[in-house]
Design a protein around this ligand. Structure first.
Ligand code: SIN
Ligand code: FE2
Length: 199
């Protein structure tokens, strides 16, 4: 998809059932919520986290936090199934020794999308981002270091994994608004995990 970026089609297909179960356990302790941007807009994507660090956004901006502001407690631990899958995908993409400590869980419904952005709050720029897609398909935009650069479009389906790091670690990316659909296990939703090294 770009220098250091790879689309691993179906890489998480076998693990998908266990991943969905793990997400159910995470959301029981840290429910999905729609966060607010610094400018006061409510994001259309529902978000939660697991792992030591969680990505949060509010009127003060976005950052990582060890505390879930909704519960006042730490985030649920990174499930072993999520960690193992992410470490294997990273290795498959050439990033050996990936040691994640954060996982942002995004929940999309038809109409939700994510504007072009860079993932740049993580301390270790040598660690890749591992993205796992479950449920309804979505169009993933992957651009370059300049927001204005034309982004490529890739359909991400249930079980697909994308790994980006190296020269494309800070490339702009986003998700087009989800279309209507019904997935056999996740219904009208898409869930995306981005597994990261944040601390
Ligand atoms: C993200 O950039 O945080 C999520 C990407 C995706 O949902 O595919
Ligand atoms: Fe991102």
């Amino acid at each position: 998809m770009g220098p250091g970026a790879i689309h691993l089609r179906g890489f998480a297909e076998e693990a998908a059932g266990a991943l969905v179960q793990a997400i159910r356990e995470v959301e029981a302790r840290a429910p999905f919520r729609r966060m607010t941007t610094r400018r006061g807009f409510k994001m259309s994507v529902g978000m939660t986290n697991c792992g030591r660090y969680g990505w949060i956004s509010d009127r003060e901006g976005y950052r990582y936090s060890e505390i879930d502001p909704v519960s006042g407690h730490s985030w649920p631990a990174l499930p072993t199934t999520v960690r193992d899958l992410a470490v294997a995908a990273a290795a498959e993409a050439g990033y050996v020794g990936f040691d994640p400590d954060a996982c942002l869980v995004n929940r999309y419904e038809p109409g939700s999308g994510l504007a072009l952005h860079q993932d740049r709050n993580e301390r270790d720029a040598t660690a890749p981002i591992v993205s796992v897609s479950l449920g309804l398909p979505a169009t993933f935009l992957f651009g370059g270091l300049d927001r204005k650069l034309r982004a490529s479009r890739t359909t991400l389906r249930h079980g697909d994994v994308v790994v980006w790091g190296g020269l494309s670690r800070f490339f702009f990316h986003g998700v087009l608004r989800l279309g209507e659909g019904q997935h056999e296990t996740l219904g009208r939703t898409r869930i995306n995990l981005t597994v990261r090294r944040a601390g």
